[in-house]
Design a protein around this ligand. Structure first.
Ligand code: SAM
Length: 247
């Protein structure tokens, strides 16, 4: 007896939608998402689509009607609840745009709950486009099957970040000048990893961070890592020890 194929098929596309989802709801999709489903994926009426809203979870929907530039979907069933993201933030000093976007995308894939862009003295750029960051996070979440999007904080100067740091959260200060081996330093508390810009932190920034009661200077090994390498490494080590990687 041939096995019945799984439903929905593995190839079913996945989309984030801004509006709250519920079984029985109908929604209209237009713009890039509509083009992706009809122009790129060539889906027809009756085709399945997975949707998630970063509020209640992930749903299975069906294309009910194809318009010229939009389409209607009906939500048929709930597949999963919204995930409880591991409670790790990344506080990332601004680096060149393409690398910064890459860090945002990898941080989302690796499961972080909050992304905090940080401005320090040696940042070579001094602004960040929130909507571009969000787009990268949404695309990463659609691809890696997350049901929650990381929160994106507004750009924060390092001084202000330290000033209003939440008392319950450990700030793992990734410092290439040295610190405790990161794997040994990780505790079960909510955490954040702080990564500097291409040129690193200034001496006064380094001293101010180290003086903060929640800061723990940690080392990611004897080599000087690029900021993007350090970001992915720090998140991965924390996730492996404290995150949701073990079943
Ligand atoms: N200051 C150096 C420079 O000017 O080349 C290196 C800065 S490094 C490119 C950027 C950031 O990555 C650092 O500020 C630090 O947060 C992190 N980082 C790099 N290597 C590290 C290591 N071995 N241990 C801990 N953090 C590291």
């Amino acid at each position: 007896m041939p096995a019945t194929p799984a439903w929905p098929p593995k190839s079913t596309p996945r989309l984030f939608v801004e509006q709250p989802l519920a079984v029985g709801a109908t929604l209209n999709i237009a713009g890039n998402s509509a083009h992706y489903l009809t122009g790129v994926m060539r889906l027809k009426e009756g085709a399945p689509v997975k949707l998630f809203d970063d509020i209640s979870g992930e749903y299975l929907a069906t294309i009910a009607h194809l318009g010229k530039r939009d389409l209607d979907l009906t939500v048929d069933a709930k597949l999963r609840d919204r995930e409880l993201s591991p409670d790790l933030w990344i506080c990332q000093a601004l680096v060149k745009k393409d690398r910064f976007d890459w860090i945002a995308e990898k941080a989302c894939e690796l499961g972080i709950s909050r992304f905090v862009p940080v401005l320090t003295a040696r940042c070579v750029v001094d602004k960040v486009k929130d909507d571009r960051l969000r787009t990268h996070m949404i695309e990463a979440a659609e691809q890696c099957e997350r049901t929650a999007l990381p929160q994106i904080a507004t750009l924060t100067r390092i001084e202000a970040l330290l000033q209003k740091w939440p008392a319950e959260r450990t700030l793992y200060f990734c410092d290439e000048r040295g610190g405790e081996p990161f794997l040994d330093a990780i505790t079960a508390e909510p955490g954040a990893v702080l990564i500097g810009p291409e040129g690193g932190f200034t001496d006064s920034e380094n001293a101010a961070i180290r003086a903060h009661p929640n800061a723990r200077p940690v080392s990611l090994g004897p080599r000087i890592l690029r900021a993007d390498t350090a970001a992915v490494t720090a998140i991965s080590v924390w996730m492996a020890k404290n995150g949701d990687w073990s079943a």
